[in-house]
Design a protein around this ligand. Sequence first.
Ligand code: SF4
Length: 466
Amino acid sequence: MTKRLYIETVGCQMNVLDSELLTAGLLEAGYELVDSPHHADTVLFNTCSVRQHAEDKVYSALGRLREWKERNPAMIVGVLGCMAQKDQGQIFRRASHVDLVVGPGQLSRLPSLLCAVAADGQPRLEVSLDRAGGGRGSVAESFAHFDPPRTARRRAVSQQAMVRIMFGCDKFCTYCIVPRVRGPEQSRTAAEIEQEVRHLADQGCLEVTLLGQTVNSYKDTSEGRTVRLADLLERLNAVAGLRRLKFVTNYPRHMTRELLEAVRDLPKVSPYLHVPAQSGSNAVLERMKRGYTVESYRAMMEQIRELLPGAAVTSDFIVGFCGETEADFQQTAELVRWGRFKNSFIFKYSPRPATKAFEIYPDDVPEEVKRRRNHELLAIQDAISLEDNQPYQNREVEILVEGPSKSARKQAAGGELVQLVGRTPCDRIVVLDGPRGLTGRLLRVIIDKVDAFTLYGRLPDGPPMA
Ligand code: SF4
């Protein structure tokens, strides 16, 4: 009998990739995907622990499922990913109807765990060792790689794929739960990554985004010499059929000249760099244990501007971190003005149990102050983003069409046009009207209008936008 799977994913691109790989595997095993937990006999939540809000959402969703599960006891409910690793058995105590708790280092075992639960109805907990639970080698080994062979079946756009090149993180920024829930930093071998990218290109994939929590710390020594991200990009640039290469997320201290030169010199590598600054105050950066100063971050930005003058640089900022004064915040605002980032992801600090900051610093910036700083910084960034987008007006750009936008389905004379979304090589979002069949195509479009977040374009032979 076909089993029906519902999967909900919260969090970063790593989680999106994990869900894609898990779903592809389960579809191969005979599952069918459904769009509501009420139509499913297996319900999976792939979770995130970076902010409290993301966890609250999952616990609420689990709460809403309790009664449904009581009425359908054969249904399997699973919690996967970072929250599973962090909360472990606590999840069963808070939601006794959960059958499976599986950490990110155990995902390859999911199909067999689902079979085991279906066979005996007993709950299963499969997580990796805690960071303090053994030597580095044994902890790393307990976070098993999960990169099964790729199929285009579960990708929203088969011409676009994410490829993991690293797992985990060793930086231990004081606010961050990732090193604990994703384990020690481990790089995949360059040979394995190259093989995966070749396979994707053979399937028609045009754009690959390489993923790592600190992607530019990539280091493979399996070939008797050290292969860094710049070397890996050079190898992948040679893959026939592939047209675009991106990589996220960069750690500021590891942004080397060699890497920037590789971005400059390799034609398939997109001029797009996401390099989170987090704060513009040295006192805050030190409490965050980010491992760099504002001066060194600015020096890195200057090197980017020198070597890649047209590159789009994006950043992340946390406002209201423990002890952040108004003067600290103003220094962050100054860095945003100076950096002229294409865009910034700005978050209010959310204390996370089991992080150093949670243990040693009081969360002493009032919520209304966090909110106000968040709005102020967003307003500064939005004004810059708008200015930054304005030169694109009346320009022709290349986009990879990602498919119809969530909203707006339009009827047009002579056939159905939908609002499509695409991205430029420098990761700018472009919307245009066109037939669905353009999904997955690389196209040249003319930009008629811009705002802070979006470029509005048309096909060269289409009517100009009002
Ligand atoms: S570098 Fe810092 S913020 Fe990024 S994943 Fe590692 S610990 Fe977290």
